[in-house]
Design a protein around this ligand. Sequence first.
Ligand SMILES: *Cc1c(COP(=O)(O)O)cnc(C)c1O
Length: 390
Amino acid sequence: MSSAENSVPLLDLKQQYRSIKPEIDAAVQRVVESQNFILGAEVDVFEAAAAEYCSSRCAVGVSSGTDALLLALMALRVGPGDEVITTPYTFFATAGSIARVGAKSVFVDIDPVTYNIDPAKIESAISPRTKAIMPVHLFGLCAEIDRINDVASRKNIPVIEDAAQAIGSEYRMKRAGSLGAVGCFSFFPSKNLGAFGDAGMVTTSDMELAERLRKLRVHGGMKRYFHDEVGGNFRIDALQAAVLAVKLKHLESWSEGRKRNAAVYRELFREAGLSGETSLSASSRPTPEHPISLPGEPAGFRHIYNQFVVRASRREELRVHLERNGVGSAVYYPLPLHLQECFSSLGYKAGSFPESELAAEETLALPIFPELSRKQLETVVKCCRDFYRK
Ligand SMILES: *Cc1c(COP(=O)(O)O)cnc(C)c1O
């Protein structure tokens, strides 16, 4: 049974806060003293630093990752009757935002190694109504953007990156958020760069689009109380921007810490005999001999491991065993979006996207946050070994 000292949480943000407490507390205090809570200098400073970090000309701070997606779709004038191509194996907000602007999600199955949209299947999903392609850089690994951009540019369709899990992730040395027409980020506390509440960001290098994003963020009017179109309140709080500006300076070292932990897991899972000598570019299905298959990390990608996701035999039993022994884990995501009740009118059914459905059945996210000790990683692997060797 679990004892507190052997327990390994899926995520513990208290350690991160303790490590930067004086800087954070000073930033929060500064905003409180100023009593300027909406947009303003704190937001400008954060946006400039975040744009640079994401290799984009412009960053627009917003109220959440969900609102970032919604705002990007609105700014690109995606609306009723339009179609947006995306993946069914993602967090709900991806397709939820498409539905909220009145457009229709057209799903394309994933690649089983990267868990990202399969670029080879996009072209046949394009119709005259396709207004955008929205790949997700899932778990911190970029989608194969060159192949996606290739199809998109031939058809003149903008690419909206759902980079909510991927700040600092790279594809061929280029950063997430600079790979499409717009990049959408979430600063939900569990993301690699987490706020003290909800926050998000949209990046673009198209200055006209940037201006539109800024306008729609404040109810569709650049001049106060004069509106040429209908936007919303999508503003980021000054308090969140101040916290995020401090945290951004540490993000590289945190993402490197996650990467280091991933490398330790690879070593430990192989030593324990639970995983085969899979090359980093190929993650195979679990087998009785090797019940855990490790995430792929193809050449040319920088994975930032927002999640460390394995495929596991008897996933549900393993999850319960870990829980009983004080090891946190989570299933991202148990039901692909094409099978969600609210999207039943789209007409998909079980079997429509076999790779997404299989991933939903087999995958499990293990603790990967940067402050974990080697001993804690050993505890996780030992707990998995005990389960399979029983
Ligand atoms: C977290 C997340 C979002 C939504 O972000 P919020 O800030 O929670 O609104 C969107 N897409 C993906 C892939 C996410 O992981």
